[in-house]
Design a protein around this ligand. Structure first.
Ligand code: IMP
Ligand code: MG
Length: 176
């Protein structure tokens, strides 16, 4: 696809290589127990499916719908659950799978929500991290790539629901 507003930041092959490394590392960190991978819809669904297949142990997969961003590029600061989990988290090791940590508002809210369900542990795997943008003191335990403060799309990430199906992670330039 040629689109003058897109600039490749992380090519697909590099994304896939890093996810295989994360899969091996996370599998080694959880040798036993019930591991629930919780995909935060919609952005993390591409990451979740590749990460789950890179794991070398059994995993449960569940989905949670969250909306913070609305249709623009800036967070509304309000978090809403649009779809809840289908499974109980009691005694489970929970791995929240998120596309990107930006202000940290979404993940802070989610951590509090899921802690109330008494899992054995909770950790976060985020494909991307924009540390400069943080407004809440939260860090992912597993990060694919730290990136600068640019708006990115592709590999699940969207702008107004567009560009999710790009293989590469791209910076979306403002139209002149
Ligand atoms: P936070 O609550 O500000 O950390 O926002 C997290 C959510 O904002 C992510 O799950 C994304 O859906 C969205 N988001 C943040 N930065 C970007 C970006 O650069 N591109 C696309 N979506 C983003
Ligand atoms: Mg999201």
């Amino acid at each position: 696809m040629t689109d003058p507003t897109l600039q490749v930041l992380i090519p697909a092959a590099q994304v896939q290589k890093r996810i295989r490394e994360l899969g091996q590392q996370i599998s080694a960190d959880y040798p036993t127990g019930k591991l629930h991978m919780i995909c935060i819809l919609k952005g993390a669904c591409f990451f979740l499916t590749d990460l789950a297949r890179a794991m070398t142990r059994d995993v449960y997969v569940d989905f949670m719908g969250i909306s913070t961003y609305g249709k623009g590029k800036t967070s509304s600061g309000e978090v809403q659950v649009t779809k809840d989990l289908d499974t109980s988290l009691e005694d489970a090791d929970v791995l929240i799978v998120e596309d990107i940590v930006d202000s940290g508002v979404t993940l802070t809210y989610l951590m509090h929500l899921l802690e109330q369900r008494q899992p054995r542990s909770i950790r976060i795997a985020a494909l991307l991290d924009k540390p400069e943008r943080r407004q809440r003191p939260i860090e992912a335990n597993y990060v694919g790539f730290k990136i600068p403060d640019r708006f990115v799309v592709g590999y699940g990430l969207d702008f107004a629901e567009k560009y999710r199906n790009l293989d590469d992670i791209c910076v979306l330039e403002e139209p002149k």
